[in-house]
Design a binder for this molecule. Structure first.
Ligand SMILES: C[S@@+](CC[C@H](N)C(=O)[O-])C[C@H]1O[C@@H](n2cnc3c(N)ncnc32)[C@H](O)[C@@H]1O
Length: 479
């Protein structure tokens, strides 16, 4: 078992080495190009059910029942597993899931335990499935042997979990019958889920749509708030992608949490859930990235609480936003991200409006963008403001995330669509010239080529990312 894990890691030009502050870390054994690093089926994949997420935004809008293989919304009529009634959106997903994993994990039915709090119920279902897979003795494919060998090496930090969580885990363990594991082993398993699982988000609004247990990915990659890799869940596989080229010996990192939230919030969450203090380049504050992060963490008081009603008031985009967006577009198109956009941002902010650079300002512009989009469907002509706010939001993403991060690509596409609507609605937006819109769309495509799956239709939209971009570019060339 151990042998196949070591072989898998070496084959992907990676090596796991001890690190006194992190337990272990994974480094590249040779220079690696950005793009896909590895793709493996998770040990367990579970779509989120209503009430099963602690993220209140996701809980509020995520009542849909989803396919257990691809996490897309279920159509009204859909197939189910004949034994355990697990839902699938199509017979293709059902047969792919069965062939990949479900024939190992299929229990008679999902365990029901009324006493378990809703947010712990996904852990209950996951524990039932994973214990079933671990106990199955039949010939296992190589990917599953790799995942099981990695599972045995995962940290669980059981001794650091708060008492109320351990009590809940004991209740879950006693609700699970015939697993072949003792209660003690089940509690250890649940602690491992807590600090090693991944959430899968939809492409459209980033709500949590499912949970993935992928021990290999958890074992290999430590956290950084400014990571050099990201992961996507595509067609039943968890794919890890490098956001830029890495050199031999460089550690590969993922972000376990949202890199745009203020430093104190990030530190607290990492301490509470993963039991460590982050010392990445954003958290330590000595680099240009760290300095920008300190500015983003500063409270900000100067912004209006809601949108002013006079939309004609601010038609000129602030110079620094235009500079940041244009510079980032240039770097992505040239394929060169080695240049430090952090330093560029610091230099360009020097002469601009510092009170606009804060997490509060980012939230303000995000709210403005959302509010404008709600108003346009009501017939108001607010595309100019939507255009301005979407570019502010994009500038914040460029400052907070690595340039090829899917969050940057997502906002580029959003800004391009808004700029297009602004231009055709006759609003005088600050930056809605056609070459600029085309630039944004091309930049989105280039980013998604590295960090997301262009051909996968997004969870809530019938159009894939590629189709959305092509549609926009088509409209630009027709007009
Ligand atoms: C998903 S595991 C990563 C693999 C882990 N390093 C190991 O040795 O098994 C998550 C755990 O790794 C450690 N870890 C991850 N990122 C870290 C970081 N940036 N600094 C310190 N510890 C980190 C923490 O103990 C955390 O709970």
């Amino acid at each position: 078992m151990e042998h196949c894990l070591d072989e898998y890691i070496a084959k992907h030009h990676l090596r796991v080495v001890a690190d006194p502050s992190k337990g272990q870390k994974t480094i590249a054994t040779r220079a690696l190009a950005r793009g896909e690093l590895l793709a493996i089926r998770p040990l367990c994949a579970l779509p989120t059910r209503p009430g099963e997420t602690e993220d209140s935004a996701s809980a509020a809008v995520e009542p849909a029942v989803r396919c257990s293989h691809c996490f897309h919304r279920l159509p009204p009529r859909h197939p189910r597993c004949g034994r355990c009634h697990t839902n699938y959106c199509s017979s293709m997903c059902l047969s792919r899931a069965w062939a990949a994993r479900h024939h190992f994990e299929c229990p008679e039915a999902d365990p029901v335990a009324a006493a378990i709090k809703p947010v712990f119920r996904a852990s209950l279902r996951m524990a039932a499935r994973v214990s079933k897979v671990l106990e199955t003795a039949s010939a296992r494919p190589r990917w599953l042997r790799v995942q099981i060998a990695a599972w045995a090496r995962l940290v669980g930090h059981r001794e650091k979990h708060p008492k109320y969580v351990l009590n809940q885990y004991s209740e879950i363990a006693s609700a699970l019958a015939n697993t072949g594991l003792t209660e003690d082993e089940l509690v250890t398993m649940l602690c491992r889920f807590g600090c090693n699982n991944f959430a899968s988000h939809d492409d459209q609004n980033m709500h949590i749509v499912g949970h993935l247990c992928s021990p290999l990915v958890s074992l290999l990659f430590n956290h950084s708030c400014f990571p050099n890799a990201t992961f996507v869940y595509v067609d039943g596989k968890q794919s890890v992608r490098l956001l830029h080229d890495v050199c031999e010996g460089e550690e590969i990192t993922l972000a376990y949490i949202d890199g745009l939230s203020p430093r104190d919030n990030r530190q607290k969450l990492l301490k509470d859930v993963y039991f460590f203090s982050c010392t990445c380049i954003k958290c330590t504050g000595v680099s240009a990235r760290g300095q920008i992060d300190s500015m983003l963490s500063t409270p900000c008081s100067g912004l209006p609480k809601c949108l002013p009603t006079d939309y004609a008031q601010r038609l000129e985009i602030d110079q620094w936003v235009e500079q940041i967006v244009t510079k980032a577009m240039e770097l992505v198109v040239r394929g060169s991200v080695a240049e430090d956009i952090g330093q560029f941002v610091l230099d360009s902010i020097g002469s601009a409006v510092p009170e606009d650079v804060s997490f509060a300002a980012y939230k303000h512009w995000l709210e403005c963008q959302d509010e404008c989009l709600e108003r346009v469907s009501g017939g108001d002509d607010v595309w100019g403001w939507a255009n301005l706010s979407s570019l502010y939001v994009l500038a914040f993403y460029i400052m907070a995330y690595p340039l090829h991060h899917p969050m940057v690509g997502r906002q580029c596409l959003e800004a391009a669509k808004i700029a297009w609507n602004c231009s055709v609605s006759g609003s005088k937006g600050p930056l809605c010239e056609r070459p600029f819109i085309e630039g944004l769309a091309l930049v989105a495509r280039s980013i998604f080529e590295v960090s997301a799956n262009l051909d996968d239709s997004s969870v809530d939209s019938p159009l894939s990312l590629r189709q959305q971009i092509d549609q926009l570019l088509g409209q630009l060339s027709v007009k």
